[in-house]
Write a protein that binds this ligand. Structure first.
Ligand code: ATP
Length: 195
């Protein structure tokens, strides 16, 4: 069985950038957000969403993800209901994916909500990416058309870096991508020694 590293960090911390780096080293990387989008295209999940949220979140037969996101964002009960549909499907998809990578020494599971979803207890190691809050806000504002208030709302809906760091085995500061990559290389060395 591979050792599984759970990779996380606040929005705009550079999880995807680091995940891409790990993948470029040949390490299998599972992106939970992509898997969530994939399972939400299956008939079974679409049907369950229609049952729970009604046709208001559909345009014709197409799920309107923005409408759904708007509904669940500020409503913990509705978010819980959506998660109860999507999370088990992602867990199943991940199990299948993992069984296809039995021979890899290390695999990575990347998720923005590793802690918030409670998944963090399922992994051998937790790697958290940190960047000062103001830098994260700047990077997000540069990456997408969104207001500063919207960014702050998203940040406030997640755990803080301090909370994440307390429960992490490894923390990589991503102010400078080259230094972050060096730190990742060091961590991989430590893990291969500990195999
Ligand atoms: P989200 O949770 O919002 O998807 P993320 O944690 O996956 O974000 P990325 O998408 O990897 O973060 O990075 C956010 C933005 O910051 C991207 O535009 C990325 O190119 C840029 N970025 C990542 N790392 C650095 C860095 N060290 N220096 C400058 N820009 C960076």
């Amino acid at each position: 069985m591979p050792k599984v590293i759970g990779l996380t960090g606040g929005i705009g911390s550079g999880k995807t950038t680091i995940a891409n780096y790990l993948a470029s080293l040949g390490i299998p990387v599972y992106i939970a957000d992509d898997a969530g989008k994939k399972v939400m295209q299956t008939q079974e999940i679409l049907e369950a969403i229609k049952q729970e949220f009604g046709t208001a979140v559909f345009d014709e037969n197409q799920l309107n993800r923005a409408k759904l996101a708007e509904i669940v964002f500020d409503n913990p009960d509705r978010l819980k209901a959506l998660n109860a549909i999507v999370h088990p499907a992602v867990r199943n998809d991940y199990k299948n994916w993992l069984s296809q990578h039995q021979k890899a020494p290390i695999v990575v599971y990347e998720s923005a909500i590793l802690f918030e979803s409670g998944r963090y207890t399922d992994f051998d190691y937790i790697l958290t990416i940190t960047v000062p809050l103001e830098t994260r806000i700047e990077r997000i504002l540069k990456r997408e058309t969104i207001s500063r208030d919207q960014v702050l709302n998203r940040i406030n809906s997640q755990w803080t870096d301090e909370q994440r760091v307390l429960k992490s085995d490894f923390v990589v500061d991503n102010i400078d991508i080259d230094l972050a990559k060096l730190k990742i290389d060091e961590i991989l060395k430590i893990l291969s020694i500990n195999q």
